[in-house]
Design a protein around this ligand. Structure first.
Ligand SMILES: Nc1ncnc2c1ncn2[C@@H]1O[C@H](COP(=O)(O)OP(=O)(O)OP(=O)(O)O)[C@@H](O)[C@H]1O
Length: 440
């Protein structure tokens, strides 16, 4: 679709919606494809950008008066729960967080103790970066919603907490950025793999230039912060749309830090540019279109976010070990415990082997990982206890004289098969230790 004015620049967009467009059409065209991808395990972001009063909040949250005016957030929640019901093969869990960024400070809109309180009373959210440069939001609460109703109640709580201030431009203007995030996890029945995806639904503050708002005092400060953060957003967008650009200035504002993944990361991002059709706002509308055009040039690479559930993995490995032990007992004809008793290993034969200076001496202990490990332990202890200078030469003895040959293999399986099974048991044991260690 194209958008142009007779005398001005020419823009090309994926789709253009006019004033008569209804909310269900916006949802079907814009939000539903993103929600479908989130259900598949991809991250998604939808953000609305445009000047004050152009319809960002109406598009993202909706109008409060009529049910048909519900915006993208309530419709997406409703759609997701509908899909959870339909999909009998997977179990879904949904959590919600709601962040407001006002004058470069983050606030948790879902703190139940502070309903309708002053914004400054809400818990302050700060940014933390881990060693892998992932951004974490400290103090932002995340709430589970088990049904559409619970999710809508959270949205309502957050919206009640949103800061509303009056400016000459608009009587109910949002002077902050709001990020409503749906965190979703899902697991296929009996599978140890979990999918985690996130959907950010973002309502940015008005993008108009400070001079146009006629603001002074606190409102001027707000406008400056808004302009600054939108400027930072613009800088990030420009950097991302330039080929071979090394440094992307995400850290310059809280908004770009939070949306780091959505802009140029592992995320399917959709921007809705809201424009006023009034003649006096034409400059702002052109500036919004220019920004949208730049955003459209960014190419993100996305992947499904899948990981192994450590608890289920441990259970699975333990089951596998038990089965392997049973199989091993069948092939060797002996029930083996994890511990090695004194009778199991001929320690004297091991000591004689260590003392034997014949480089070709052989120690036969059978194909038993427990015995092999015990021999290594004895050998190590011996090396650590005896300094090299104290080694004494021992008379050469023939290994044939000293040790009897291993018993013939009478089992229906070969030694190679037994060894393979024992090694598998050992390998699984090691994997469990790693998992136990990681989650202890
Ligand atoms: N498509 C629409 N249909 C009907 N009313 C609309 C539509 N879009 C916006 N409005 C109305 O216009 C007014 C301003 O819209 P809205 O609050 O969504 O603007 P905004 O871009 O979010 O402004 P701000 O930047 O100040 O938050 C509201 O009263 C809203 O109900």
């Amino acid at each position: 679709m194209f958008m142009s004015c007779p005398c001005g620049p020419f823009f090309r967009f994926e789709k253009v919606f006019d004033q008569s467009t209804k909310q269900d059409e916006i949802f079907d065209n814009v939000a539903k494809p993103v929600a479908d991808n989130v259900l598949q395990g991809y991250n998604g972001t939808i953000f609305a950008y445009g000047q004050t009063g152009s319809g960002k909040t109406f598009t993202i949250t909706g109008g409060a008066e009529r049910y048909v005016d519900r915006g993208i957030i309530p419709r997406t929640l409703s759609y997701l729960f509908e899909q959870f019901e339909k999909d009998g093969d997977r179990t879904y869990t949904l959590h919600i967080s709601y962040l407001e960024i006002y004058n470069e400070n983050g606030y948790d809109l879902l703190d139940p103790k502070h309903e309708a309180a002053k914004l400054e009373d809400l818990p302050k959210v700060s940014l933390m970066e881990d060693s892998d440069q992932n951004i974490h939001l400290k103090n932002l609460s995340v709430h589970q919603a088990a049904s559409e109703e619970e999710a809508l109640n959270l949205l309502f709580l957050g919206d009640t907490n949103r800061m509303i201030a009056e400016t000459p431009m608009n009587q109910a203007s949002t002077r902050s950025h709001c990020v409503f995030t749906i965190h979703m996890t899902s697991r296929g029945t009996g599978s140890a793999t979990i999918r985690r995806s996130k959907l950010h639904l973002v309502d940015l503050a008005g993008s108009e230039r400070v001079s146009k708002t006629g603001a002074t005092g606190v409102l001027l400060t707000e406008a400056k912060y808004i302009n600054l953060s939108l400027h930072c957003l613009e800088q990030v967008i420009i950097a991302l749309s330039e080929k071979n650009r090394q440094h992307i200035p995400y850290r310059n504002s809280m908004m770009t830090s939070v949306l780091r993944d959505s802009l140029g990361g592992n995320c399917m991002t959709t921007m809705i540019a809201t424009c006023s059709v009034e003649k006096r706002n034409v400059d702002e509308s052109i500036s919004t279109c220019r920004f949208a055009q730049r955003v459209a040039m960014i190419k993100n690479e996305v992947m499904v976010n899948e990981e192994l559930d450590p608890k289920l993995m441990i259970q699975k490995l333990k089951r596998e070990i038990q089965q392997l032990k049973e199989e091993l007992a069948m092939t060797t004809g002996e029930q083996r415990t994890d511990d090695l008793s004194d009778e199991d290993l001929d320690k004297e034969a091991v000591a004689a082997y260590i003392a034997d200076s014949d480089p070709e001496a052989i120690l036969s202990i059978g194909a038993d990982m427990r015995k092999i490990q015990a021999c290594f332990a004895i050998l190590k202890k011996h090396i650590l206890e005896k300094p090299p200078s104290s080694h004494r030469e021992t008379p050469r003895r023939s290994p044939v004289q000293e040790y009897s040959a291993p018993p013939p293999d009478t089992s229906p399986y070969s030694n190679t098969e037994n060894n393979r099974l024992k090694e598998l048991v050992q390998q699984r044991d090691n994997e469990i230790s790693i998992f136990d260690f990681s989650f202890s």
